[in-house]
Design a protein around this ligand. Structure first.
Ligand code: SF4
Length: 291
Protein backbone atom coordinates (compact mmCIF):
# COMPACT_ATOMS: atom_id res chain seq x y z
CA UNK A 1 0.00 0.00 0.00
CA UNK A 2 1.13 3.54 -0.69
CA UNK A 3 0.42 6.65 1.36
CA UNK A 4 0.12 10.30 0.42
CA UNK A 5 3.40 12.07 1.14
CA UNK A 6 3.30 15.57 2.57
CA UNK A 7 5.06 16.97 -0.50
CA UNK A 8 1.97 16.02 -2.56
CA UNK A 9 -0.20 18.10 -0.27
CA UNK A 10 2.25 21.00 -0.54
CA UNK A 11 2.00 20.77 -4.35
CA UNK A 12 -1.79 21.05 -4.04
CA UNK A 13 -1.53 24.04 -1.72
CA UNK A 14 1.32 25.74 -3.58
CA UNK A 15 0.90 24.77 -7.25
CA UNK A 16 3.47 27.37 -8.34
CA UNK A 17 6.35 25.66 -6.55
CA UNK A 18 8.00 22.31 -7.24
CA UNK A 19 9.45 22.36 -3.74
CA UNK A 20 8.28 24.01 -0.52
CA UNK A 21 10.46 24.42 2.57
CA UNK A 22 9.28 25.18 6.07
CA UNK A 23 10.92 28.12 7.80
CA UNK A 24 10.55 27.76 11.60
CA UNK A 25 9.88 31.06 13.38
CA UNK A 26 9.26 31.87 17.02
CA UNK A 27 6.31 34.17 17.71
CA UNK A 28 7.30 34.50 21.38
CA UNK A 29 4.05 32.88 22.50
CA UNK A 30 3.36 30.88 25.61
CA UNK A 31 0.89 28.06 26.17
CA UNK A 32 -2.30 28.04 28.28
CA UNK A 33 -1.10 24.81 29.79
CA UNK A 34 2.10 26.46 31.03
CA UNK A 35 1.25 30.08 31.82
CA UNK A 36 -1.56 29.31 34.27
CA UNK A 37 -4.50 30.00 31.95
CA UNK A 38 -5.26 26.30 32.24
CA UNK A 39 -2.33 25.01 34.22
CA UNK A 40 1.35 25.48 34.95
CA UNK A 41 2.82 22.04 34.50
CA UNK A 42 2.19 21.48 30.77
CA UNK A 43 1.65 18.24 28.92
CA UNK A 44 3.62 15.54 30.66
CA UNK A 45 5.87 14.85 27.63
CA UNK A 46 6.50 18.49 26.72
CA UNK A 47 9.83 20.18 26.57
CA UNK A 48 9.46 22.72 23.74
CA UNK A 49 13.22 23.00 23.49
CA UNK A 50 13.19 19.45 22.14
CA UNK A 51 10.90 20.09 19.21
CA UNK A 52 11.75 23.49 17.88
CA UNK A 53 15.04 24.62 16.36
CA UNK A 54 14.01 28.26 17.02
CA UNK A 55 13.26 27.82 20.71
CA UNK A 56 15.94 30.41 21.54
CA UNK A 57 14.41 33.10 19.28
CA UNK A 58 11.50 33.98 21.62
CA UNK A 59 12.80 37.47 22.36
CA UNK A 60 13.80 38.24 18.77
CA UNK A 61 11.18 40.18 16.81
CA UNK A 62 9.47 38.49 13.88
CA UNK A 63 10.88 41.14 11.54
CA UNK A 64 14.42 40.35 12.70
CA UNK A 65 13.86 36.61 12.37
CA UNK A 66 12.53 37.08 8.84
CA UNK A 67 15.52 39.26 7.94
CA UNK A 68 17.90 36.69 9.36
CA UNK A 69 16.39 33.39 8.24
CA UNK A 70 14.65 34.07 4.91
CA UNK A 71 17.88 34.91 3.00
CA UNK A 72 19.57 31.84 4.51
CA UNK A 73 16.81 29.52 3.32
CA UNK A 74 16.61 31.31 -0.03
CA UNK A 75 20.36 30.87 -0.48
CA UNK A 76 19.99 27.14 0.10
CA UNK A 77 16.84 26.67 -1.99
CA UNK A 78 16.72 29.41 -4.62
CA UNK A 79 13.44 28.23 -6.21
CA UNK A 80 11.53 26.79 -3.27
CA UNK A 81 8.34 28.23 -1.85
CA UNK A 82 8.92 29.37 1.73
CA UNK A 83 6.31 28.18 4.21
CA UNK A 84 6.79 30.20 7.38
CA UNK A 85 6.14 28.04 10.43
CA UNK A 86 5.18 29.43 13.82
CA UNK A 87 6.26 26.38 15.77
CA UNK A 88 7.09 26.59 19.50
CA UNK A 89 4.31 26.63 22.10
CA UNK A 90 0.75 27.67 21.16
CA UNK A 91 0.76 30.24 18.40
CA UNK A 92 -2.81 31.48 18.68
CA UNK A 93 -2.66 31.90 22.45
CA UNK A 94 -2.71 35.70 22.55
CA UNK A 95 -5.24 38.52 22.09
CA UNK A 96 -6.16 39.02 18.44
CA UNK A 97 -4.39 42.39 18.15
CA UNK A 98 -1.17 40.85 19.44
CA UNK A 99 -1.49 37.96 16.98
CA UNK A 100 -1.92 40.41 14.14
CA UNK A 101 1.35 42.09 15.12
CA UNK A 102 3.13 38.75 14.72
CA UNK A 103 1.32 37.26 11.75
CA UNK A 104 0.68 40.27 9.48
CA UNK A 105 4.42 40.94 8.84
CA UNK A 106 4.94 37.29 7.96
CA UNK A 107 2.13 37.28 5.43
CA UNK A 108 3.28 40.61 3.98
CA UNK A 109 6.84 39.40 3.46
CA UNK A 110 7.28 39.04 -0.31
CA UNK A 111 9.39 35.89 -0.04
CA UNK A 112 6.90 34.02 2.15
CA UNK A 113 4.49 31.81 0.18
CA UNK A 114 2.30 30.77 3.10
CA UNK A 115 2.12 30.18 6.84
CA UNK A 116 1.76 27.11 9.06
CA UNK A 117 0.69 27.75 12.65
CA UNK A 118 1.07 25.22 15.44
CA UNK A 119 -1.61 25.52 18.12
CA UNK A 120 -4.06 23.81 20.49
CA UNK A 121 -7.78 23.21 19.90
CA UNK A 122 -8.79 25.42 22.83
CA UNK A 123 -6.96 28.49 21.48
CA UNK A 124 -8.92 28.97 18.26
CA UNK A 125 -11.70 31.33 19.23
CA UNK A 126 -13.90 32.26 16.27
CA UNK A 127 -12.45 35.78 15.87
CA UNK A 128 -9.01 34.22 15.40
CA UNK A 129 -10.33 31.68 12.92
CA UNK A 130 -12.01 34.52 10.99
CA UNK A 131 -8.77 36.53 10.97
CA UNK A 132 -6.78 33.53 9.66
CA UNK A 133 -9.47 32.81 7.08
CA UNK A 134 -9.18 36.38 5.75
CA UNK A 135 -5.39 35.97 5.46
CA UNK A 136 -5.87 32.60 3.78
CA UNK A 137 -7.38 34.46 0.83
CA UNK A 138 -4.02 36.21 0.36
CA UNK A 139 -1.63 33.34 1.09
CA UNK A 140 -2.38 29.76 2.18
CA UNK A 141 -2.64 29.20 5.93
CA UNK A 142 -2.18 25.74 7.45
CA UNK A 143 -3.40 25.38 11.03
CA UNK A 144 -1.64 22.53 12.85
CA UNK A 145 -3.90 21.56 15.74
CA UNK A 146 -2.31 19.13 18.19
CA UNK A 147 -4.45 16.15 19.15
CA UNK A 148 -1.92 13.49 20.25
CA UNK A 149 -4.62 10.88 20.90
CA UNK A 150 -8.37 10.54 20.42
CA UNK A 151 -8.74 8.89 23.84
CA UNK A 152 -10.04 11.40 26.41
CA UNK A 153 -8.75 9.33 29.32
CA UNK A 154 -5.24 9.41 27.90
CA UNK A 155 -5.58 13.13 27.16
CA UNK A 156 -6.39 13.66 30.84
CA UNK A 157 -3.57 11.32 31.89
CA UNK A 158 -0.95 13.28 29.93
CA UNK A 159 -2.36 16.57 31.21
CA UNK A 160 -3.36 17.96 27.81
CA UNK A 161 -6.30 19.78 29.40
CA UNK A 162 -8.48 19.57 26.31
CA UNK A 163 -10.83 16.90 25.00
CA UNK A 164 -11.44 15.18 21.69
CA UNK A 165 -14.67 17.15 21.41
CA UNK A 166 -12.78 20.44 21.61
CA UNK A 167 -10.44 19.20 18.89
CA UNK A 168 -13.34 18.19 16.64
CA UNK A 169 -15.02 21.55 17.18
CA UNK A 170 -11.86 23.53 16.37
CA UNK A 171 -11.12 21.45 13.27
CA UNK A 172 -14.69 21.79 12.00
CA UNK A 173 -14.68 25.58 12.44
CA UNK A 174 -11.28 25.99 10.75
CA UNK A 175 -12.32 23.76 7.87
CA UNK A 176 -15.62 25.62 7.48
CA UNK A 177 -13.58 28.83 7.22
CA UNK A 178 -11.57 27.31 4.35
CA UNK A 179 -8.30 26.84 6.26
CA UNK A 180 -5.99 23.89 5.70
CA UNK A 181 -6.01 21.82 8.91
CA UNK A 182 -3.44 19.24 9.96
CA UNK A 183 -2.70 17.49 13.23
CA UNK A 184 -0.03 15.75 15.33
CA UNK A 185 -0.49 12.44 17.10
CA UNK A 186 1.74 10.45 19.45
CA UNK A 187 1.91 6.66 19.29
CA UNK A 188 2.67 4.75 22.47
CA UNK A 189 1.22 7.04 25.15
CA UNK A 190 0.97 5.37 28.59
CA UNK A 191 -1.83 2.83 28.83
CA UNK A 192 -2.66 2.87 25.12
CA UNK A 193 -2.92 -0.22 22.91
CA UNK A 194 -3.34 -0.86 19.21
CA UNK A 195 -7.09 -0.24 19.60
CA UNK A 196 -6.36 3.31 20.74
CA UNK A 197 -3.90 3.92 17.88
CA UNK A 198 -6.51 2.67 15.42
CA UNK A 199 -9.21 4.85 16.93
CA UNK A 200 -6.96 7.91 16.66
CA UNK A 201 -6.30 7.02 13.00
CA UNK A 202 -10.04 6.71 12.37
CA UNK A 203 -10.62 10.17 13.83
CA UNK A 204 -7.85 11.62 11.63
CA UNK A 205 -9.46 9.99 8.57
CA UNK A 206 -13.04 10.89 9.46
CA UNK A 207 -12.20 14.53 10.17
CA UNK A 208 -10.79 14.81 6.61
CA UNK A 209 -7.62 16.46 7.87
CA UNK A 210 -5.17 17.61 5.23
CA UNK A 211 -2.18 15.92 6.90
CA UNK A 212 -0.99 14.22 10.07
CA UNK A 213 2.38 14.04 11.80
CA UNK A 214 2.85 10.79 13.69
CA UNK A 215 5.50 10.62 16.41
CA UNK A 216 6.63 7.81 18.67
CA UNK A 217 6.32 8.67 22.35
CA UNK A 218 9.82 9.68 23.33
CA UNK A 219 11.06 10.79 26.68
CA UNK A 220 13.02 14.01 26.88
CA UNK A 221 14.77 15.66 29.80
CA UNK A 222 12.94 18.19 31.91
CA UNK A 223 9.49 16.63 31.59
CA UNK A 224 7.09 14.97 34.01
CA UNK A 225 7.32 11.82 31.91
CA UNK A 226 11.08 11.73 32.33
CA UNK A 227 10.49 11.35 36.06
CA UNK A 228 7.89 8.61 35.61
CA UNK A 229 10.13 6.86 33.14
CA UNK A 230 13.03 7.04 35.58
CA UNK A 231 10.77 5.42 38.20
CA UNK A 232 9.96 2.57 35.83
CA UNK A 233 6.32 3.66 35.47
CA UNK A 234 6.33 4.01 31.67
CA UNK A 235 6.90 1.23 29.18
CA UNK A 236 7.83 2.43 25.70
CA UNK A 237 7.01 0.67 22.46
CA UNK A 238 9.78 -1.31 20.82
CA UNK A 239 10.92 -0.30 17.35
CA UNK A 240 8.86 -3.12 15.81
CA UNK A 241 5.75 -2.39 17.86
CA UNK A 242 5.94 1.25 16.79
CA UNK A 243 6.38 0.40 13.11
CA UNK A 244 3.48 -2.09 13.29
CA UNK A 245 1.26 0.56 14.86
CA UNK A 246 2.18 3.20 12.28
CA UNK A 247 1.58 0.81 9.38
CA UNK A 248 -1.82 -0.08 10.81
CA UNK A 249 -2.70 3.58 11.31
CA UNK A 250 -1.66 4.49 7.76
CA UNK A 251 -3.83 1.64 6.41
CA UNK A 252 -6.79 3.20 8.22
CA UNK A 253 -5.93 6.79 7.34
CA UNK A 254 -5.78 5.92 3.64
CA UNK A 255 -4.74 8.08 0.72
CA UNK A 256 -6.78 11.22 1.40
CA UNK A 257 -4.76 12.47 4.38
CA UNK A 258 -1.10 13.28 3.74
CA UNK A 259 1.45 11.79 6.12
CA UNK A 260 3.81 14.61 7.07
CA UNK A 261 6.17 12.33 8.97
CA UNK A 262 6.16 9.28 11.19
CA UNK A 263 9.48 9.50 12.97
CA UNK A 264 10.48 11.52 15.99
CA UNK A 265 13.11 14.19 16.11
CA UNK A 266 14.71 15.33 19.32
CA UNK A 267 18.18 16.72 19.82
CA UNK A 268 20.27 13.81 21.12
CA UNK A 269 21.36 15.76 24.20
CA UNK A 270 17.71 15.98 25.31
CA UNK A 271 16.51 12.51 24.34
CA UNK A 272 16.36 9.92 27.09
CA UNK A 273 14.57 7.08 25.23
CA UNK A 274 13.89 5.22 23.02
CA UNK A 275 17.30 5.07 21.41
CA UNK A 276 15.81 4.20 17.98
CA UNK A 277 13.75 7.38 17.94
CA UNK A 278 16.06 9.28 15.59
CA UNK A 279 16.48 6.43 13.10
CA UNK A 280 14.28 8.14 10.59
CA UNK A 281 15.37 6.25 7.48
CA UNK A 282 15.10 2.87 9.20
CA UNK A 283 11.62 3.69 10.51
CA UNK A 284 10.46 4.80 7.06
CA UNK A 285 11.92 1.73 5.36
CA UNK A 286 10.37 -0.65 7.91
CA UNK A 287 6.92 0.92 7.84
CA UNK A 288 6.91 1.04 4.04
CA UNK A 289 7.88 -2.63 3.93
CA UNK A 290 5.05 -3.53 6.28
CA UNK A 291 2.62 -1.53 4.15
S1 SF4 B 1 2.93 20.22 24.28
FE1 SF4 B 1 2.09 22.11 23.48
S2 SF4 B 1 0.14 22.30 24.57
FE2 SF4 B 1 1.37 20.87 25.75
S3 SF4 B 1 2.41 22.12 27.29
FE3 SF4 B 1 3.77 21.90 25.54
S4 SF4 B 1 3.39 23.74 24.32
FE4 SF4 B 1 1.67 23.48 25.70
Amino acid sequence: MKYKPYRDLLLEIFPNYLKVRKLPLNGGMSCPNLDGTKGFSGCSYCNNRSFSPVFDQAKVSIQEQLEKFVPKLRGKYPNAGILAYLQPYTNTHAPLEHLKGIIDPIIKHPEVAGLAIGTRPDCLQQEKVDYLAALNKKKPIIVEIGLQTANDLTLAGINRRHTLKEFEDAVARCQAAGLWVTTHVIVGLPGETMDDFKHTAQVVRDMHLAAVKIHPLHIVVGTAMAEDFGNGEIKLLTFDEYCDAVAEMIRIIGMDVAIERFSGESPSELLIAPDWCGERDKIIATVEKKL
